[in-house]
Design a protein around this ligand. Structure first.
Ligand SMILES: [Ca+2]
Length: 406
């Protein structure tokens, strides 16, 4: 994607995105992306930085207790400050004009990660992790071991895994993941068998051999993200959900590059569906394959009564749409001329005469989960409200006469 071009409209429009994101510091989110207030944290604030009481995060952590907030001055140098984070309900936040940078610099905590988070319900904001390497070859920016984790407006690059692990509910939003992976066993993200993953408004790209997102969660809410390999990326799957799960893919842009290691874009059930209640809903996504062939949705080893709904998506490029014959498909565009504003520049919004305009169908709720696309991705790693229209369009973007993004 042409960063410059997309950034022009993104950041203005994303007043909604990052602004709102920051307003929701003390909140949790449900599957629709709505937020509900949680109890205010009552701890003290510890400050880390060149002119603060603590020069390093690892020093502040000696004094940190449950519910505290640690603010890290982003002008400081924190290379090699690898840490074990034990307190519960801790917030660790980079402050200043940029993210606070934590390059591994050859170090790791416990053979695992730059930060090993063992406390429950920890929130991490505005931090950049890079270069994690460990002897086991699964060195992560964050190794998540505590129950519940929120990661917001962070960046992970050139690690063996960006985020590895997890327990309970994990929320990851407004974050960027790139150039992680190594040998196919490590990935931009590798989420364990957790209760629920909410992954939204993120930018995951150019993993090395591994996947752009791998999750074994029992429930996956993958909403309004941008996944791409670009022209030169060597990632394998765009999304891999090897154990199935109750999974919702809504409003994402997925681009498979010509040099991908595997033709499958979304792999579901590769190792056999293990979670009860597994179902797959793929709604209002834009999927583009730039490889000579592809399988867009590779759904395998599912139970006989498996429910799979594929509606309102754009599929561009060669390949089979879905390997599961009994998928319920409605109002998808499959072809080569969907009417993007500028495909080569990575602008997948629709033109006024797009065949996808006004061709979508209403999508019923699944239990309490609404699958109506409410947002659309704004580059980089942000969002805006999806324009409201009488008839919804196909794909991740709604045509609007006057783009909201300007
Ligand atoms: Ca419309």
């Amino acid at each position: 994607m042409n960063m410059q071009m997309r950034c022009k409209y993104s950041l203005a429009a994303a007043g909604i995105g990052l602004g709102l994101g920051l307003m929701l510091l003390l909140s949790t989110a449900d599957a629709r992306g709505r937020s509900a207030p949680t109890a205010k944290q009552a701890g003290k604030t510890l400050k880390v930085g060149p002119s603060q009481k603590y020069a390093k995060l690892s020093h502040a952590l000696r004094d940190a207790r449950d519910g505290d907030v640690i603010e890290i001055d982003s002008t400081g140098k924190y290379a090699g400050d690898v840490c074990l984070i034990r307190p519960n309900n801790l917030t660790i936040r980079g402050v200043g004009k940029q993210r606070a940078k934590f390059p591994a610099a050859g170090k790791h905590y416990g053979g695992k990660a730059i930060w090993v988070i063992r406390g429950a319900n920890v929130t991490v904001e505005n931090i950049e992790f890079s270069g994690a390497r460990v002897p086991d070859r699964n060195g992560a920016g964050i190794r998540a071991e505590g129950r519940g984790l929120t990661v917001r407006n962070c960046k992970f690059h050139d690690c063996e895994d960006g985020i590895l692990g997890g327990a309970g509910i994990v929320l990851i939003e407004y974050s960027e993941f790139s150039a992680c992976g190594l040998d196919g066993r490590s990935h931009n993200l590798y989420i364990s068998t957790i209760d629920k993953l909410i992954f939204r408004h993120n930018y995951s790209h150019h993993a090395k051999v591994g996947h752009l997102l791998k999750s074994r969660a029992k429930e996956n809410h993958i909403l309004y993200n941008y996944f791409t390999d670009g022209q030169r990326g060597s990632s394998s799957y765009v999304i891999n959900l090897p154990n199935g799960g109750r999974s919702f893919l809504v409003g994402n842009v997925l681009v498979q590059g010509p040099k991908t290691q595997n033709s499958t874009m979304v792999a579901y059930g590769e190792e056999g569906v293990k979670h009860s209640g597994s179902e797959l809903h793929v709604i209002n996504n834009t999927l583009i394959n730039n490889r000579h062939t592809s399988v867009f949705l590779n759904v395998r080893k599912v139970p006989a009564d498996f429910k799979c709904i594929v509606s309102n998506n754009i599929f561009v490029g060669k390949g089979a749409v879905c390997t599961f014959d009994r998928a319920k498909r409605a109002a998808n565009y499959v072809g080569s001329a969907p009417g993007f504003v500028d495909r080569s520049a990575g602008d997948f919004r629709l033109t006024s005469n797009s065949p996808c305009a006004n061709k979508g169908v209403a999508v019923p709720n699944v239990g309490k989960v609404s699958l109506t696309a409410l947002f659309q991705y704004v580059h980089p790693h942000s969002k805006q409200a999806r324009p409201k229209d009488v008839r919804i369009d196909i794909g991740a973007y709604e045509y609007a006469k006057k783009p909201q993004s300007k």
